[in-house]
Design a protein around this ligand. Sequence first.
Ligand code: FDA
Length: 301
Amino acid sequence: MLLKNFFIGLSQNQLMNNMAQKYGFKLGAQSVVAGTNIEEMIESVKELNAVGISCTIDNLGEFVYQREEATKAKEQILDVIEAIYQNQVDAHISLKPTQLGLDIDYFFCLENLTEIVRKAHQYDIFVNVDMEDHTHKQPSFNLVDELAKEYDNVGTVIQSYFYRAEEDIKKYKDFRLRLVKGAYQEPEEVAFQDKKDIDRNLIKLIGYHLLHGKFTSIATHDHHIINHVKEFVKAHNISKEKFEFQMLYGFRKDLQFQLAKEGYKFCTYVPFGTDWYGYFMRRLAERPQNLNLMAKQVFNK
Ligand code: FDA
């Protein structure tokens, strides 16, 4: 827990973030970040597509407080959509509302998101609105509600550590949803703290959405949850077309390939770009053993 808090603290440290940008600390981030530009990212996506894995692309960035920065992030995501279309790769978009100005002004953020979703809609590309910490949860759901009035290519995320997750999943059952445990440090007023409660709730949410909801993305590296899902879908005769597994780029690659080979739909979350610091630190907070993964990558080069 102490180590988790330490890395979460680092993930939100602006000074460290600036240092990482300025001095280009690589810290092994390249093992979990698919390049710093669109060309490198598209190459990674093509490699994954070649083994039957689709991708969701995250142009890294979050907690933006300047309008110009948010506008730049929007332009970059529009370029990613264009690149997906031009290269005809099997991929969609994941984005974070704070990257597009949620902390600056809700309506400014909505405008940015609308532009992205509109362009993606023209090319029949799905857009997932990622969920951040609890302070951004309700405004993010409000953004999703607004977008869904006009567009059907939008989905979002339910985090099982929140007490309210069950209520939320019922409200959003007609959406394509990604179900996760939750990556942020949350207070006990709003979220389960015990891993057992979080896991139990995730299993409950997955069962609910598989039976009653639209398409389900089960996003976890936890083989216990994955094995449970395999049994559950078999027992309930749920088609493999109704769900997919998702994992992050660079994590448990063997398991990713194996699941795809077994005929399950599989989607890899592909982050890329220069703003990798917060994302990278959260991965270390989730699993300090990830340091081993990074270390291997650095020293094997
Ligand atoms: P967890 O970290 O709980 O590990 C459980 C067990 O799985 C471990 O004890 C170990 O046995 C095994 N395991 C896990 N990782 C392993 C590894 N690398 N190698 C070997 N064994 C391993 N969060 C959020 O708040 N908002 C969001 O929008 C998203 N989006 C998102 C997309 C995708 C595609 C993924 C995979 C995850 C997210 N998350 C997220 C993050 C998510 O909430 C969660 O923090 C992480 O996935 C870590 O939890 P896990 O369920 O993966 O397993």
